[in-house]
Ligand binder design. Sequence first.
Ligand code: ADP
Ligand code: TRP
Length: 323
Amino acid sequence: MRILSGIQPTGKLHIGNYFGAMRQNLALQKEHEGFYFIADYHALTSNPDPKDLKQRSLEVAMDYLALGLDPQKTVFWRQSDVPAVTELTWILSCVTPMGLLQRCTSYKDKVAQGLSPNHGLFAYPVLQAADILIFDSHLVPVGADQKQHIEVTRDIALKFNNTYGETFVIPEDHILESVAVVPGVDGRKMSKSYNNTIEIFEPENSVKKKVMSIVTDSTPVEAPKNPDTCNVFALLRLVAPEDELKEWEEKYKNGGVGYGTIKKRVVELLHEYFRPYRDKRRQLEENPDEVEKILLRGAARADAVAQQTLQRARNAVGLRTRT
Ligand code: ADP
Ligand code: TRP
C-alpha cells in the first residue's frame, strides 16, 4: 500500500502536532510505502514572507528527519521541487465542479480567520487532489479536519475516470488513531494560531518555563483533583509510562499532591522523551546542505512517479504525449 501525507510548513511544530499526527505518520512508514512531502505550494495560499517560507520548509524537514523519518525508505521531498503536480492541478480543475469547492469548509474558515480570499486558497483542494492522485496513493492518513479534502479528491478522481477512462487510483482516507486534543498552556487546544504551544525543539529551559505556567484550577494541595479535566495531566498521559500514570491518577484522586509537583515531573518526562531526537536535530541544523540533498534526492524519486501519472492524464484528455 502506498501512503501519502503532506505537511504544511506554516510554523514551528509543537507537541500537539507530534502526538496528534506526526508520531502516527512516522509509525506508518514502517508498514507502508511512504510518500511524505512538505506542502510549500499549499503554504503560499496564505502569502507568507518569502524568507520565512524557505526557512520553515527546511525546519519542518529537519524536524521530521530528527524524529525518525527514514529518507532511504520513505520518499521525502518539498512539493515545489516536483512542479508536475501543478500541471495536473490544471487538468483536474477542468473537471472539478465549482459547487464541490464551494462546499469546502476550510476556505470559509480560513477567510473568516482573516486570510485573503485568493483563488489559490479556493482551489487548494484541487492541488491537494493532484498531490494524492499523481502518486497513485492508496491511503492518506489525516485528522478529522482533512477528511473533506479526501472526499473531494475521490469525487474528482471518479469524475475524471468516468469521463476519460480509468486513469487514477481512488484513494481511501486513513483516520489517524485518535488522541485526545492536546491542550496548550492556556488550556485551549494547542495551536500555533493561539500562541499557546510548546514547540518540540525549543530549548529545554523554555519548555520548563511553559509547562510550569500551564493554567490549572485553584484546588488546594491536600484536596482531591480530577485528572480528566486537568491540563497538566493531559500532557502526563502522553509521556508517562502506564504504571506511573496509574500512580499519579491515585494521587490525584486521594489529594495531597500539588500541581507544581506534577508539572516538574511532566518537564522531566518531556525532556527524556525528546532528548534523543534533539541531538539528531542539532546535527541536522549544523548540516543544512545535507538536508537539502535529502530533499532533492526525494524529489527525483517522486518526480519519476509523477511524470508517469501525468503522462496518463495528458493522454487521457487529448494532450500530446511528451517524450
Ligand atoms: P495548528 O493548530 O497549530 O495550526 P495544524 O492545523 O497545522 O496545527 O495541525 C497539523 C496536524 O496536527 C493536524 O493533523 C492536527 O490534527 C494535528 N494537531 C494540531 N494541533 C493538535 C492538538 N492540539 N492536539 C492534537 N492534534 C493536533
Ligand atoms: N492540507 C493538508 C493540511 O493542511 C496538507 C496537505 C497538502 C496534504 N497536500 C496533501 C495532506 C495531500 C494529505 C495529502 O494538513
